[in-house]
Design a protein around this ligand. Structure first.
Ligand SMILES: NC(=O)c1ccc[n+]([C@@H]2O[C@H](COP(=O)([O-])OP(=O)(O)OC[C@H]3O[C@@H](n4cnc5c(N)ncnc54)[C@H](OP(=O)(O)O)[C@@H]3O)[C@@H](O)[C@H]2O)c1
Length: 294
């Protein structure tokens, strides 16, 4: 298989690179400098020239706050996804597209299944939903994987922000009334990798939910991060979303039901706390290696 990965320098893309390095398949990793997915002609040309069978789209506009004001969010999360989907349909390639829990409004009292009604409350959520719709409308073979609260050793994410803030400050307020599931990008990459390397049956294409196991609030996540690295001096207090005004609204409850993915692909998913420890350990060893360099 020839597998094109777009946005390969982002959190998920970098984890795909770690796994692609040990695959017998041929992975082509690109980011905006090599393949700008807003350029429809470049996308078509890249897929044809490299005889691509599968595209994994890790590129996205992920800044939820800035998305409220910037047209770039729509260009990347909808229009560019439409480019990929149309090119995939023309080439009969499979498109693996990643979407978000923020397509839901957060009013459900139970975890969201793939069939639950969508109703995004932010521009980011609306552009991501429009991207999903473009994929389905194109008629291309596809897998849409909705995920949530992604973090990794690299990039801008909550885990890295909390590591910094709990080291710098004596106290911190973190919202306790937004509940979801922190998800290590390495776990999502491994799920995508297992599905692709296992050979995806056409009958199993469609929309799925993937996060790590378990549920918590951002407050709980922050407390666990600080505790794990011994940042005990910083006092973390729970606060309400209303006390911490942001431009973008976020769902209060965005837990995703992963039963369909586990049943269909037989994937075992770690608990978020276990993956958090793993990521922190990797971060520590990466920092150790960096400080050893002359
Ligand atoms: N992060 C989360 O908490 C979260 C939650 C739920 C779902 N998701 C979804 O999960 C997926 C992966 O997210 P992530 O956190 O790994 O994203 P990310 O770290 O923001 O990475 C996105 C990558 O896409 C690149 N990119 C930007 N414009 C591009 C273009 N025109 N053409 C090609 N590449 C371009 C970015 O490059 P630059 O950095 O140079 O712009 C970056 O390397 C996305 O679909 C996202 O919506 C994320």
């Amino acid at each position: 298989m020839n597998i094109l990965v777009t946005g390969a320098n982002g959190q998920l893309g970098r984890q795909m690179q770690r796994l692609g390095a040990v695959s017998p398949n041929n992975y082509l990793f690109t980011d905006v400098d090599r393949l700008d997915i807003t350029d429809a002609a470049a996308v078509r040309e890249c897929i044809a020239r490299n005889r691509i069978d599968t595209i994994v789209n890790c590129a996205a506009y992920t800044n939820v706050e800035r998305a409220e004001e910037e047209a770039a969010a729509d260009r990347l999360n909808r229009a560019a996804v439409e480019n990929l989907a149309r090119a995939a349909a023309e080439a009969d390639a499979l498109l693996v597209h990643v979407s978000t829990d923020y397509v839901f409004d957060g009013s459900s009292p139970v975890p969201y299944t793939e069939e639950a009604p969508t109703a995004p409350v932010s521009a980011y959520g609306r552009t991501k939903l429009a991207g999903e719709e473009a994929v389905r409308a194109s008629g291309c073979r596809h897998l849409i994987l909705r995920t949530a609260w992604l973090y990794s050793e690299t990039g801008n994410n909550f885990l890295r922000t909390m590591l910094r803030l709990t080291a710098e400050r004596e106290s911190l307020n973190v919202v306790f009334d937004q509940v979801g599931t922190p998800t290590y990008a390495g776990d999502l990459a491994l799920a995508i990798f297992s599905i692709l390397e296992g050979g995806l049956d056409r009958g199993n294409e469609g929309t799925y939910h993937f996060t790590d196991e378990g549920v918590c609030s951002w407050y709980d996540f922050a407390v666990e991060i600080a505790r794990a690295v011994g940042h005990d001096r910083c006092r973390i207090a729970p606060c309400r979303t209303s006390e911490y005004p942001t431009r973008a609204r976020r769902p209060a409850f965005s837990v995703l039901d992963k039963s369909k993915l586990k049943r269909t692909f037989g994937i075992e998913i770690p608990h978020w706390r276990e993956s958090m420890f793993y990521c922190l350990k990797r971060l520590q060893s990466m920092q150790g290696q960096a400080s050893e360099k002359p």
